[in-house]
Every structure is written in C-alpha cells, then in structure tokens.
Ligand binder design. Structure first.
Ligand SMILES: [Zn+2]
Length: 298
C-alpha cells in the first residue's frame, strides 16, 4: 500500500470490513436527498458506508455540491467515505483530481480504463492518473476484464472478458493500487437471464491478489441489480468487501417522486423520497453484516 494512502478513509473502512468478514454498501447518490438518506440510514444502523458519485453528477452540480457531499459524509456519526465511480475519460478523471488539488478531495476514485482494447493500453492510460491520485492520498479502484452491460443488447459475458488472476496480479503490481473490480460474470444494468457468477474465480482472485498476498487488494463487486440475497451473501463471504449498489435505492426514490410530485408539498415530497432511499440502504447494512460496525478498530 502506498504510504500516502495509509490513513485513507475508504481503505480504513474496507480493511476493517475485510478483517471482520462483512461487506460495505457503496451506494450511488444522485442528489441531496440520496446523500442524506444514506447518512441517516448508516447512522441509524451504526454502520460504515461509502457514498458514490458518478462523474456526471459532479459535472451537473459542480464543485460546491461535491464539497457538500464530502462535508456531510465526513461529519456523520459513523465513518462514511466518498468515492467517485467509473471515472473513465480524461475529463472526468482530471475534474476529480483538479478539485482535490483545490481542496475538495473525495476519498477514493475508480479510474476505469477497462474500455481500452488491451490490458497494456488499460495500464498505460491508467498509470499516470493512479500515481497522481495516490499522491493526493486518494485510494484507487481499477477494473480488469470487461463487464458487459450498460448498453442495450450487450448482455452476455464472454469467457475472454473474465478477469484472469495472474493478469490481475501483474496489473495491480504495475499500478500499485488497492481496489480491484473484477469481471466474474457480473453485468451492469438488468440481468436478462439469472446471474451466473464464477464464485470459483472469486476464490482464486482472493488467494492470488487478495488480503495477505503481495498485492493485498480488496475486491469490489459491480453489477448488483437483480441479485438475490443469497448471491450477495456468497460474494461477501468470498471477500467482496465493497459492494456497489445503484438502482436498488434509486428506483424507490424515483418512484416516490413520480407518485407524489405535484400532489404533496415539496418539502414533504423530499422527506418521503429520502426515507425511501434510506429504507433501501438499511436493508443492505443488515444483509452485508455491517450493522454496529461503525467502530472500525473492532
Ligand atoms: Zn460499475
């Protein structure tokens, strides 16, 4: 682990989870309601958590909103880190790092160069950014292999897109980062056929690059729409410590807004939408086993 990220909040939360055998909800937040809903639910459950922002949200609402998210999460009664998910273009990555240099620093960032044609290109593109982020004290997540999904019609994982443990080892050594998002049969967006995860590959990744190995990496699970509770539990048991969740909390919030806007007063609508979001977060704290784990030293 690079010296500059030794006290990094995302890593402190995830290392404690890894040692304790539980998972951490990394929840996508799109607005003030969702950020505050996540914080309220985490405080209620006495659970650590990670608030995730997409680059589009940072661009949309700007540096002052991002500053608010960081301040609100860091002021919570439980440890809540702020992470940027899927920063994949120069513009998106530069924005995060430039703002950090201006004093608005998130705790961690996913530098996602997995769309490049080869692993070599992936590494070459990601490396300078990984170094710059690490210098700023940010933890870095990278993706190796390629997750399908996100585009209509692309829903099948080909064998070649799965993450190879030996490649992961080289990749992590080259980039010197702590968080790995592998491709194990997970898909972004809706699963057309029931999810079929290569849990054996997850075991192999854990033993090749996971905690206690030279890479000492922490595994991140993407593509969690539609997963059954059982599969979530299996993944946590196999060392997925950061579990990215998007639509499970976003959809109830959006549905609430759709049903109540124009009928109820705006403050009441916001309260209701925030409560829907918080309810979904609470379920995951229980499912991932992170309730009452807010004291990271335990
Ligand atoms: Zn993802």
């Amino acid at each position: 682990m690079p010296e500059s990220t030794k006290n990094n909040l995302t890593l402190r939360i995830l290392r404690a989870a890894s040692n304790g055998g539980y998972g951490i909800l990394a929840q996508s937040c799109y607005d003030t309601q969702s950020v505050l809903g996540l914080i309220e639910a985490a405080e209620e459950a006495k659970s650590p958590a990670i608030a995730q922002l997409f680059p589009v949200t940072m661009q949309q609402f700007g540096i002052h909103f991002t500053s608010f998210v960081i301040q609100a999460c860091h002021a919570a009664k439980v440890p809540i880190a702020v992470h940027v998910d899927h920063a994949g273009t120069d513009e998106d990555i530069d924005r995060v790092l430039d703002w950090a240099e201006q004093g608005v620093a998130v705790d961690s960032i996913m530098i996602d160069c997995s769309h490049h044609d080869s692993d070599e290109d992936n590494i070459a593109m990601a490396k300078p950014y990984c170094q710059r982020a690490t210098k700023l004290g940010m933890a870095v997540e990278v993706e190796l292999g390629r997750l399908a999904g996100g585009e209509e019609g692309v829903r099948v994982i080909e064998e070649g897109a799965l993450t190879k443990p030996e490649k992961a080892e080289r990749f992590l050594t080259e980039l010197d980062v702590d968080l790995l998002a592998p491709s194990i049969g997970n898909i972004h967006g809706r699963y057309v056929s029931p999810p079929s995860f290569r849990l054996d590959l997850l075991d192999k990744l854990q033993s090749t690059v996971g905690p206690g190995t030279a890479s000492n990496a922490l595994i991140v699970l993407h593509g969690t729409d539609d997963l059954k509770d059982e599969l979530f539990r299996d993944c946590v048991a196999r060392g997925c410590v950061k579990i990215n969740v998007n639509s499970w909390a976003r959809n109830p919030q959006v549905e609430y807004l759709r049903d109540h806007l124009g009928k109820d007063g705006l403050p009441e609508v916001y309260d209701g939408a925030k409560a829907e979001f918080a309810r979904a977060c609470s379920r995951f704290f229980t499912l991932f086993g992170s309730v009452n784990k807010s004291n990271l030293e335990v």
